[in-house]
Design a protein around this ligand. Structure first.
Ligand code: NAP
Ligand code: F7E
Length: 335
C-alpha cells in the first residue's frame, strides 16, 4: 500500500524537491501551507506538480491547527521543513524565529504524540547549529555553538526532537543539513542573488549588491539533500545524520565560477568586480548585507550518512551553479 507523507513548508525550496521525489516514489503527499492573500506555488508550478499535492492549512505556531492537519491527513511520515529560514532576518525578528523554528517544532511533535506516536518525524536541523565552531570538518560528534537567533531556535528544535524520541520512543530524527541551493532557492540567499543578479546584469546592466565576500560555505544541491531526508526516515533506527558535500568555497569564488561559466572576463578591485572589456561594474557590496555575527568555517563530514544510509550527492558546486544560472537565464532572458 502506498505511504502518506505530510510536508510542512511545502511552498519552500526543499518542500518542492521533496514533494516531487515522494510523488515519484508513489507517496500520497499532503502539503502544509500557511494562509496567505496570494498563491505561493511558483516553485511547485515550475516543477509541474502543483495539482498532484493535496493542501492543508498548517501554521506551525498554532498547535490546534497542526493537530487537526495530522488527524485529517493520517500521515505515515511528517517532514517538518517549515521555518523562517533566512538567518539575517532572524536578527531583525528574533522572537518570530524562535516561535516558528523552535516552538513550532515542539508543537508538531506534541501533536504527533497525541494523535499517533507511531508517525515518523523528520526535523530540518542545520549546520548553523555549529556556528562559532572550533573544529572542521563538522560531524554528528562536533559540539554546537549557535550564533544567530535562527540557529539558537533550531538548536532547541534539534534537542526537543531527540527528547521526544528518548522520552516517548518516537521515530524522530534530525538531518543536520549544510547549505543546499537550487534554482528554487529564495531570492534573498546569496547563491540565488548571484544567479538571478547575473541574469539581470546581462539584461539590464544593474550591478549585484552583496555583503561579506569572504564568507565560506559548503554548498550542495537541494535535489540531492531531499533524498537523504527520506533515507533517514526509512532507516532501521532514528538517528542524526550530517548531509554535506565536504567542499568549501567563498562567496567571491562562487562569483568567479559564475563569471567563468558565462565567459565574462571579470577583475576585482578590493570588493568590487568589473568587466575587463569595458570596466562596467558587475558586483559591489553594501554594509546592509552584513550580519551582527557570522559563523565560522562550516564544512560537513557526511561519512555516517554515506556508510549507514548509502547517501551521496550527484551535484558539486560547479554543476549546482550551472543549474542555477541556466534557470535564471531562462527566467530573465535578454531582449
Ligand atoms: P524556505 O525555502 O525558506 O522554506 C520555508 C518554508 O517554511 C516555506 O514554505 C514557508 O512558507 C514555511 N513557513 C514559514 N513560516 C511558517 C509557519 N509559521 N508555518 C508554516 N510554514 C511556515 O526554506 P528551505 O531552504 O526549503 O529549508 C527547509 C528547511 O530546512 C527549513 O526548516 C530550513 O531552516 C532548513 N534548512 C535549510 C537549509 C538550506 O540550506 N536550504 C539548510 C539546513 C536547514 P511561506 O511560503 O508561506 O513563507
Ligand atoms: O548566506 C554571505 C552571508 O543567506 C551565506 C539557510 O538556508 O543555510 C542558509 O543560511 C553566506 C553568509 O545562507 C550576502 O553573510 C554575503 O555568510 O545564503 P545565505 P546562510 O546564512 O548560510 C543554512 C545552513 C540554513 O540553515 C539557513 O536556513 O553568504 N553573504 N553577501 C550574503 N548572504 C546573503 N543572504 N546576501 C548577501 O548579499
Amino acid at each position: 500500500m502506498s505511504k502518506t507523507a505530510l510536508v510542512t513548508g511545502i511552498t519552500g525550496q526543499d518542500g518542492c524537491y521533496l514533494a516531487k521525489s515522494l510523488l515519484e516514489k508513489g507517496y500520497k503527499v499532503y502539503g502544509g501551507q500557511r494562509r496567505s492573500t496570494s498563491s505561493k506555488h511558483w516553485r511547485l508550478d515550475e516543477m509541474g506538480i502543483t495539482g498532484d499535492i493535496e493542501y492543508v492549512e498548517l501554521d506551525v505556531v498554532d498547535q490546534a491547527n497542526i493537530r487537526r492537519a495530522i488527524e485529517k491527513t493520517k500521515p505515515d511520515e511528517v517532514y517538518n521543513l517549515a521555518a523562517q529560514s533566512f538567518v539575517a532576518l532572524s536578527f531583525e525578528q528574533p522572537e518570530l524565529a524562535t516561535l516558528v523554528d523552535g516552538f513550532g517544532t515542539l508543537k508538531v511533535l506534541e501533536s504527533i504524540r497525541q494523535v499517533n506516536p507511531r508517525i515518523k518525524f523528520y526535523q530540518a536541523s542545520s549546520s548553523e547549529l555549529y556556528g562559532k565552531t572550533q573544529e572542521a570538518p563538522q560531524s554528528e560528534q562536533t559540539s554546537f555553538h549557535p550564533c544567530s537567533p535562527y540557529a539558537v531556535a533550531k538548536l532547541y528544535a534539534h534537542w526537543i526532537t531527540i527528547n521526544y524520541r528518548e522520552a516517548y520512543d518516537m521515530f524522530a530524527c534530525c538531518g543536520i543539513l549544510f547549505n543546499h541551493e537550487s534554482p528554487m532557492r529564495g531570492e534573498n540567499f546569496v547563491t540565488r542573488k548571484i544567479s538571478k543578479g547575473i541574469a539581470l546584469w546581462l539584461r539590464e546592466g544593474q550591478p549585484i549588491v552583496l555583503g561579506n565576500l569572504e564568507a565560506k560555505r559548503d554548498w550542495g544541491h537541494a535535489e540531492d539533500f531531499v533524498e537523504g531526508m527520506q533515507l533517514m526516515l526509512n532507516a532501521d533506527q532514528p538517528q542524526e545524520y550530517v548531509l554535506a558535500t565536504g567542499k568549501v568555497h567563498t562567496v567571491r569564488q562562487f562569483i568567479d565560477k559564475t563569471l567563468a561559466y558565462l565567459s565574462i572576463p571579470g577583475y576585482w578591485k578590493n570588493d568590487e568586480c568589473f568587466d575587463k572589456r569595458n570596466d562596467k561594474l558587475i558586483v559591489t557590496t553594501d554594509k546592509s548585507n552584513l550580519r551582527p555575527a557570522e559563523v565560522g568555517l562550516l564544512a560537513g563530514d557526511s561519512t555516517k550518512a554515506k556508510t549507514e544510509l548509502g547517501w551521496n550527492h550527484k551535484y558539486d558546486v560547479d554543476s549546482l551553479m550551472a543549474d542555477m544560472v541556466e534557470a535564471d537565464l531562462r527566467r530573465y532572458p535578454r531582449p
